[in-house]
Design a binder for this molecule. Sequence first.
Ligand code: OAD
Length: 228
Amino acid sequence: MKVVVLTGAGISAESGVSTFRDNGGLWEDHRIEDVATPEGFERDPETVQRFYDARRAALADVVPNPAHHALAELELALGDGLLVVTQNVDDLHERAGSKRVIHMHGELLQALCAACETRSPWAGDLLGGPACPACDAAALRPDVVWFGEIPYEMDRIQSALAGADLFVSIGTSGAVYPAAGFVQLARAFGARTLELNLEPSDGSHFFHEARHGRAGEIVPGWVADLVG
Ligand code: OAD
């Protein structure tokens, strides 16, 4: 069986990572357009670097929750049959043990060099203009895909969706494309589709089936139904 799971901020909510749209368009007290667009970065790079430096540092205070662990268990059962595509920039899937993960919106623990485009592992701060490990330029930015930029690994994601028997969307509002369109794509290619979310998402009606509740409860329940 081939399963593609798309995850969003809702899967990390019970770990204490803020979602984007559950608090009136503010993300940790910032407007999304100020901290998640290339224009916002151009206007005020210091604020944006400080913002992601704080998000990166905050990873030390959070741990994976039962939903992340359940997906890692599912991977143990399905091997290459499972691909997790996450919109999240945290590393909670990896810390739970998932190995087959695509971070389509980038990762907090990586830096992207605007000069040479190398992506380097990065655990510290970016404020202050540290040198790129590859080219030495002081041109590092968070390796996070902002609005108006193209998500990573779309070709790999699309071929996985084309071959999927089951597509499951977990903890995402369905507000941001292209991820919001994956359900229709997978369905058009013949996959069964399931939404697992706190409440019906914007695209809930596109799914064959939906289960609503907290990810930490409904994801382990679904995994147990599938392979338990
Ligand atoms: P959102 O904040 O838009 O949506 C989070 C979803 O998770 C909502 O539908 C909530 O109802 C649901 N949710 C909240 N708590 C939950 C819980 N405990 N269990 C299950 N579901 C829960 O986050 P995303 O859909 O991930 O992009 O946002 C998509 C993209 O928009 C992000 O990757 C980011 C953002 O701007 C970029 O930065 C490019």
